[in-house]
Each structure stands twice: as C-alpha cells, then as structure tokens.
Design a protein around this ligand. Structure first.
Ligand SMILES: Nc1nc2c(ncn2[C@@H]2O[C@H](COP(=O)(O)OP(=O)(O)O)[C@@H](O)[C@H]2O)c(=O)[nH]1
Ligand SMILES: [Mg+2]
Length: 114
C-alpha cells in the first residue's frame, strides 16, 4: 500500500497549522488536482471531485478546497504554471484537438522480422 498520500497529508497539516494557507502550485498537468483528490480520500472527506484530465488547462480558476485542512486553514487548487517544455503549450487549439486522446489506448505487439 502506498503510504505517501498519508505522509503528505500529515506534513501539510503540520505545516499549515490551524490557520495557514496552502497553495498547490505546479506545471499544468503535473497532477495537482489528482493529489488533492487523493488527500481528500485519505482524510475521508467528500469534497467536490476536481477534474483530472489528460489535457492541460482543465482547472478553470483558483478553487478553495474545504474539508481537508482544519476549518480556518485554507487549501487552494490552482490553474498551473505554463512551461515551454510542455509540448501542448506549443500547439494551437486546432492542433491540441488533433492530439487529444478520445479513447483508451490499446497495447499492440509487433514482431519484427530479421
Ligand atoms: N502517471 C501518473 N499520472 C498522473 C499522476 N497524477 C496525475 N496523473 C495524471 O495526469 C493528468 C493530469 O492530472 P491533473 O490532476 O488534472 O493535473 P493538474 O493540471 O496539475 O491539476 C491526468 O490524466 C492524471 O490522471 C501520477 O502520479 N502518475
Ligand atoms: Mg487541475
């Protein structure tokens, strides 16, 4: 079993204290919303499930997440930082549509002849 989420939750609460602010910051598509959803799950709270998406830019604004940290502490999900190394940042909207995944990927095996 993966103990990391529990440790992250514990450390976050310790660092935030009773009324601290916690901002989840990172590149677009780094897994910020997924992390918060996992923390909520570990805490056993029902928060609005945040969108986890394969395409960047799905978190639309700064969202305050209630229920994970003590009442007066604040936890925020953010839109994410833009990085030139994200390939999707170099594509326009039309091009993003072309590379977007629409179905689950199926593994395929090929045998290469000598
Ligand atoms: N392989 C892997 N994928 C992840 C992990 N965390 C999130 N993802 C995937 O990365 C994509 C972006 O996640 P999301 O939480 O929306 O990123 P955000 O833009 O930082 O909020 C989604 O397809 C997630 O399922 C992880 O730890 N490992
Ligand atoms: Mg997000």
């Amino acid at each position: 079993m993966n103990k990391l989420p529990k440790l992250v939750l514990f450390a976050t609460k310790e660092l935030a204290g009773p009324r601290g602010n916690v901002w989840v910051i990172g590149a677009q598509n780094a897994g910020k919303s997924t992390l918060i959803n996992t923390l909520a799950e570990k805490e056993g709270v029902k928060v609005m499930r945040l969108t986890e998406a394969a395409v960047p830019g799905t978190t639309l604004g700064i969202l305050r997440i209630a229920g994970i940290l003590p009442a007066k502490a604040k936890l925020y999900d953010t839109l994410g930082l833009l990085h030139p190394y994200l390939m999707t940042m170099r594509l326009n909207t039309e091009e993003q549509k072309m590379v977007e995944l629409r179905k689950e990927l199926q593994p395929r095996t090929f045998r290469v002849k000598v």
